[in-house]
Design a protein around this ligand. Structure first.
Ligand code: MG
Length: 370
């Protein structure tokens, strides 16, 4: 077998000159000896996948609250898997670092609370009442940097800084992370950002149709759906939507990289505009579909019914724990700086839907009311 160095330098030769190289350039926050067989980002990926937080994504709502829907709908975990494959496909086609996009994609939703965006809203409202705020991107970063343990490290996974920065800069219309880093994001970070939007647009249409909330005859009025339908070779509407979006993305991103004179990784970090994007026409089509999904699916009474109950559960749990912190919360509080509100947030955000529901049902006030 060739040495790790030889394999890495051979692998670097097939990357574009503006890709993040396999050995990274920013290093880890805490210095570690290199692994004997895996590239640095492969090692980061493995650490992320082995966390309990990754396994809990299986029990967290994407759009449809579990228990009320069938087993074929996306969970946070299968959504994450789809973001990973779309990110890797785009990265490979553009000559970018597939291992790095995989890390960012795998970690991007680790901090998502139970009950999807409703759970996130509820936690944010409660945190605001307590002088702070909640946003799942920041929580994902907190998990990777602080909360999850990778022995013998004292805290966090200590990934390469490119992974942390990619998570900070991972941004969708749902997200609003603070800009606290000096560089522009890598193209790899931008790829995951847009792959997330591609993934949830495609799979939400798929899940919405299966649930009977969306109707094909209505969707057929939307330009992006017509565009996708014209690509007859695809097995499903989801994959046709993904393909229509990704094909446009390749062309436009290629054009942007040339127009913006991006030749090196330094050019990427110093550039002023986001080159990983759809053409204007495709952006308009996608916005039309996003708007349609918002009005007709995310705000649909059946979807809201499930998520409103989730909101109530999250808020009730937070309020209860403020007066009656449990053992796990006290441990979190002691381990991470002594802030009770933050420890409650960390505990509740980490719950799966089912765990939150069971904990809520076992609260004394629920028992009295029963
Ligand atoms: Mg996501």
């Amino acid at each position: 077998m060739k040495s790790l160095e030889d394999r890495m330098s051979a692998a670097n030769t097939i990357l574009a000159p503006y890709a993040v190289p396999h050995e990274g350039t920013l290093g880890r926050v805490t210095l570690e000896a290199p692994d004997s067989t895996r590239y640095p980002f492969q090692r980061d990926r493995d650490r992320i996948v082995y966390t309990k937080e990754t396994r809990r994504l299986m029990g967290k709502t994407q759009v449809f609250v579990s228990g009320e829907s069938n087993d074929h709908n996306r969970t946070r975990l299968t959504h994450t898997a789809e973001v990973v494959i779309i990110s890797r496909n785009i990265a490979r086609a553009l000559g970018l670092n597939e291992d790095l996009v995989e890390c960012i994609a795998l970690a991007h939703d680790l901090g998502h609370p139970p009950f999807g965006h409703a759970g996130e809203d509820a936690l944010n409202d409660w945190m605001k009442d307590n002088g702070s705020s909640f946003e799942h991107n920041k929580q994902s970063l907190r998990i990777v940097e602080v909360l999850t343990k990778h022995p013998p490290l004292q805290q966090g996974l200590n990934p390469n800084r490119e992974v942390l920065e990619g998570m900070m800069k991972h941004r969708t219309p749902h997200d609003n992370p603070e800009d606290t880093i000096p560089r522009n994001p890598s193209l790899e970070a931008l790829v995951v950002n847009i792959a997330d939007e591609i993934a949830y647009t495609g799979h939400d249409v798929d899940d919405g149709l299966r649930e009977g909330i969306l109707k094909m005859e209505d969707l057929n009025q939307i330009e992006l759906i017509q565009c996708a339908q014209a690509r007859k070779t695809h097995a499903s509407l989801n994959s046709a939507i993904v393909d229509a979006l990704v094909s446009d993305l390749y062309e436009e991103t290629d054009r942007q990289i040339q127009e913006q004179n991006i030749h090196t990784l330094d050019d990427v970090y110093e550039r002023s505009d986001n080159p990983v994007r759809f053409s204007e026409q495709m952006r308009k089509k996608l916005d039309e579909l996003r708007h349609y999904l918002k009005e007709n699916m995310y705000l649909h009474a059946d979807v809201l019914k499930g998520t409103e109950h989730g909101k109530h559960i999250v808020t009730t749990l937070c309020k209860h724990y403020k007066n009656n912190p449990n053992e796990q919360i006290l441990t979190l509080q002691e381990a991470n700086g002594g802030d009770l509100i933050e420890a409650i947030k960390d505990h509740v955000a980490g719950m799966t839907d089912d765990y939150a529901l069971a904990t809520f049902s076992a609260l004394p006030q629920q028992q009295e009311g029963a």
